[in-house]
Design a protein around this ligand. Structure first.
Ligand SMILES: [Zn+2]
Length: 483
């Protein structure tokens, strides 16, 4: 058994002005044939799993590129084509192969390519022919398209948000594809469009039970895999809405019925799963009331959704109110970090912070700060992976608010990203994390409360009014009944 493995992806925010080019890929992840010899990141982890599983099956692995860019705006055409063609050239050189396994995000748009994953999978199919098994693992914030489903034998998405199940899903995809190669199963897929735009949090009810029931349905009477592709609300393409995706063993009706049954259940609990957000003042009031630490998610400035991660709206509001003992991060501000490096640890300076990327970032804030700690090559934990932060700086301010700056644009994943700077997160009344949900697994254990704050920013949660141009389907919550 010869297995070809690769990774290519990003999550494209169609409303972000920040182009996704070579620098973003090089800074985030760009390995050429040696990703499994490196530390696993979220999107290279499946390749580690597939390599190990292939070797356990006495098979041979051919490893191609592992390329991922931090979510931002449209991918530059030549960059997508360059990476795709590199992957396809590796595949041609590896022929004949038995199985192709791809780690993709599923919400990548490039200039001229609304459906990068469909394009990639169709090109792979054209090269390997109809008999080779093609499997793909996707982030659940993906857009499932007919082109992807036509080209692949089996697609599965993460089930958990935060994405703590990347490795488990990779192992499941391997088992399905290996069984298909051995002639033990014949995967067929069906998709059910829920006609909904929302973000669903899986650690809490009723989504927690929904995920458990998806898992319980697998293995029952020919169902091989049940995925819920939540969709990515800020990728403006024809297929943006959330979809159920089911793989069965040779039974298209069972696949369609199972997808529809779970889709109906999502529809029935739509009000219950509509994310609750509060105002900046409500969040800051909760932190001030204690007990701490109250974790406030600045959902509108989540770098993982393509936001700049340097917005100052909550910082500015907290300063106006005179709030104290708050920690806010991570501000993507390489210029301010440079100033701190010149001042050195222990130095004090007047510093202009954040608000640099555009109107969605708000205005810069001027503060008198002390540089407590500067750490090069800072990292934070995310599930089984380690995520880089670049140089991180811990600042205290005369105003009583502490800040963390980074040179790499990243959302907040885990308190260890703060602790490595000498910070004790639990000592604050409030911690403002620029993230929508991936912080949750790490911070919930230390938080007295987790609240989701709707501040201004690049990715506001007003799903009914996202100004789509290409996604023209009727959807909830824009209309009450989109069917
Ligand atoms: Zn995601």
């Amino acid at each position: 058994m010869k297995v070809f493995i690769a990774c290519l992806g990003t999550e494209t925010n169609s409303f972000s002005a920040m182009p996704t080019g070579w620098t973003n890929f090089e800074e985030t992840m760009l390995y050429r044939g040696d990703a499994t010899a490196r530390t696993a990141t979220t999107f290279s982890l499946p390749m580690h799993v597939w390599k190990k599983a292939t070797e356990e099956h006495q098979g041979q692995v051919v490893e191609s590129i592992a390329a991922f860019a931090q979510p931002a705006g449209l991918t530059v055409k030549s960059v997508y084509e360059g990476l795709r063609d590199e992957l396809l050239a590796d595949l041609k050189a590896a022929l004949p192969v038995d199985i192709v396994l791809l780690s993709m995000h599923g919400a990548m748009t490039a200039d001229g390519y609304d459906d990068c994953e469909g394009d990639l999978l169709a090109n792979v199919r054209a090269i390997v022919g109809p008999d080779v098994v093609i499997g793909g693992e996707l982030d659940l914030h993906c857009s499932i398209t007919p082109k992807m489903v036509d080209a692949a034998d089996a697609l599965i998405t993460f089930k958990e948000y935060p994405h703590i199940d990347v490795g488990v899903r990779a192992a499941e995809l391997f088992e399905i594809c290996a069984a298909a190669h051995d002639g033990l199963v014949k995967p067929v897929m069906a998709v059910h469009d829920t006609h909904m735009i929302n973000m669903w949090r899986t650690p809490i009810s009723p989504m927690k039970e929904f995920v458990a029931d998806m898992q319980a349905a697998e293995g029952e009477g020919g169902v091989l895999s049940v995925s819920f592709a939540h969709g990515f609300p800020w990728q403006d393409v024809t297929h943006t809405s959330a979809k159920m995706l089911v793989v069965t063993n040779g039974d298209p009706d069972l696949a369609a019925n199972t997808a529809k049954r779970f889709g109906q259940r999502l529809w029935d609990m739509k009000e219950e799963t509509q994310g609750e957000t509060i105002s900046m003042d409500e969040g800051l009031d909760a932190a001030a009331a204690g007990p701490g630490p109250v974790v406030l998610a600045d959902v509108s400035d989540n770098a993982g959704g393509g936001a700049p991660s340097d917005s100052t709206f909550i910082l500015k509001r907290a300063l106006e109110r005179g709030d104290q003992n708050l920690l806010i991060g991570y501000f993507w501000d390489p210029v301010a970090v440079r100033f701190c490096e010149e001042a050195g640890e222990g130095g004090a300076l007047d510093l202009r912070i954040g608000g640099k990327c555009g109107p969605a970032s708000g205005d810069p804030v001027d503060l008198t700060v002390s540089v407590k700690r500067i750490l090069e090559d800072a990292e934070q934990t995310f599930g089984d992976a380690r995520m880089t932060m670049g140089t991180a700086v811990w600042l205290t301010s005369e105003a009583g608010i502490d800040l963390i700056l980074t040179t790499k644009r990243t959302q907040v994943f885990h308190p260890d990203g703060m602790e490595q700077l000498g910070i004790a997160p639990a000592s604050y009344d409030g911690i403002v994390v620029k993230s929508i949900q991936h912080f949750y697994a790490g911070f919930a254990p230390i938080a007295s409360k987790v609240l989701y704050v709707s501040a201004p920013g690049a990715i506001p949660r007003d799903y009914a009014n996202i100004p789509y141009a290409k996604f023209t389907d009727s959807y909830w919550p824009r209309v009450a009944n989109p069917f």
